[in-house]
Design a binder for this molecule. Structure first.
Ligand code: ZN
Length: 116
């Protein structure tokens, strides 16, 4: 399955649309496909992996900042640049999100979602 693609109709969401639509709202909320209307959700397992990959470099910010200091940047600018790079990386990683169809059986209250 390709990233950012509707599993029902194959409609590929642009990066910008995906970002606007899914980055700033509840990550596990459902939505209807813009193209075919199928009820979709974000692949939670993949989202967790992406979150780890995306956030891990935040630990490197102090090292990046001191690295940029080597280029005679002011400390604030070095930190801003380091934070900017890590944020850019996180957004980039997020673009590899995958979508799944929401199956009615999985939304039954009190039932564990089945992993497929
Ligand atoms: Zn669709």
């Amino acid at each position: 399955m390709k990233s950012r693609t509707c599993p029902n109709c194959g409609y590929k969401y642009s990066f910008g649309l995906h970002l606007r639509k899914h980055f700033f709202q509840n990550v596990f909320s459902n939505w209807n496909c813009k193209n075919c209307g199928a009820l979709l959700t974000v692949d939670a397992k993949r989202r967790i992996i992406l979150a780890i990959v995306g956030i891990a470099p935040a630990a490197l910010i102090p090292y990046l900042a001191s690295y940029f200091r080597g280029y005679y940047l002011a400390i604030e600018h070095a930190w801003m640049l380091a934070i900017f790079l890590v944020l850019t990386w996180a957004v980039f990683v997020f673009s590899f999100d995958r979508f799944k169809l929401v199956e009615p059986a999985k939304t039954t209250p009190g039932e564990e979602p089945q992993k497929s």
